[in-house]
Design a protein around this ligand. Structure first.
Ligand code: TRP
Length: 330
């Protein structure tokens, strides 16, 4: 039997090439070696207020982009978190075995709490719900970026604590696979990871950006004061552009050196833009085709929900029994 993989993405902001190269593209490859569940985590999104109509539209958009990028619904379950009520249910059950101190220590919570005037309880509980997402399916492997590592450690701690209190119940998941994906930085500020939520028109290249828009952003990207590409002394902006090119073309390090050494930045950027546009074109084309038939997307999300529900329901049933909750015959 194949090991199970679970991962999720929030339906907020606009998916960009960093999400594609760092996560989505790896997920597409994982599908063949693992039994995968990829989830649109809308319950996580609402830990911060989202305009309802916009959120609903984003969920469809992210689902469409997953499919357009190559997630194959015949072998992989594509789900919307809130459509499987057991996520929220297990979230509560796990909340009750999680010490408050563990949650208050989370660096992402601390950063968000500092930035906001008032913070919802959901922001504190966020990592418990994430633990529930993973443990609900006894996922063995959870591919996530570095920023989610602490949450995954917490997931393991919660699973171990539950197992020691109530008996072996959960598989303690591996943090992630070694990430082969590129870490894409902001075009305007190459010291910061490309982010869905960073405002500013020159920061990220959206997967649905028009070719001209994407090209313009690349041509304006921050470089450094060298006159041309020098692999020894280049700054983070040039390194980022080369990284993006390499990720889209799969060129070797040797080829990169031979081709780009001494190239002026204007030419470098033109070539990066060509590589990005060539990579995005088939995704955008499939996306446009998919979205012409709203019923198709809906049916994929129904199938995903129906496929994972028996597993989720089975685990919640076991957890409730172990915890001593009363079971009334259906
Ligand atoms: N918190 C993750 C992020 O913002 C998204 C997420 C929610 C997730 N639940 C998950 C990722 C479970 C992996 C597994 O990136």
């Amino acid at each position: 039997m194949k090991a199970r993989v679970f991962s999720g993405m929030q339906p907020t902001g606009n998916l960009h090439i960093g999400n594609y190269l760092g996560a989505l593209r790896n997920w597409v490859k994982l599908q063949h070696d693992y039994e995968c569940i990829f989830c649109i985590v809308d319950l996580h999104a609402i830990t911060v207020y989202q305009p309802p109509a916009e959120l609903r539209e984003k969920i469809r958009q992210v689902a469409g982009l997953y499919l357009a990028a190559g997630i194959d619904p015949k072998i992989t379950a594509l789900t919307v978190q809130s459509s499987v009520p057991q996520h929220a249910e297990l979230g509560w059950l796990l909340t009750c075995v999680t010490p408050l101190g563990w949650l208050e220590r989370m660096t992402q919570f601390k950063a968000k709490a500092e930035a906001a005037e008032t913070i919802g309880d959901g922001l504190l509980q966020y990592p418990v719900l994430m633990a529930a997402d993973v443990l609900l399916y006894n996922a063995a492997v959870v591919p996530v970026g570095d920023d989610q590592r602490q949450h995954m450690e917490l997931t393991r701690d919660i699973a171990e604590r539950f197992n020691s209190l109530y008996g072996e119940t959960f598989v303690v998941p591996q943090t992630s696979l070694p990430m082969v994906g590129a870490r894409v930085m902001g075009l305007d500020d190459p010291t910061k990871k490309m982010s869905k939520s960073t405002a500013g028109s020159g920061h990220a290249i959206g997967l649905l950006d028009k070719p001209e828009e994407a090209r313009k952003k690349i041509m304006r990207a921050t470089t450094d004061s060298n006159p041309a590409v020098d692999f020894e002394t280049m700054g983070p902006g040039v390194q980022n552009l080369l990284g993006i090119f390499q990720a889209f073309t799969d060129w070797s390090q040797d080829e990169m050196h031979r081709h780009f050494t001494g190239m002026r930045y204007g030419d470098l950027k033109k070539q990066v833009a060509e590589a990005v546009l060539a990579g995005l074109a088939p995704i955008q084309q499939r996306y446009a085709e998919l979205m012409q038939d709203p019923g198709y997307l809906e049916s994929i999300l129904q199938e995903g929900r129906d496929r994972v529900t028996p597993t989720a329901a089975g685990i919640v049933k076991t957890v409730k029994e172990r915890m001593g909750l009363y079971t009334i015959a259906p």
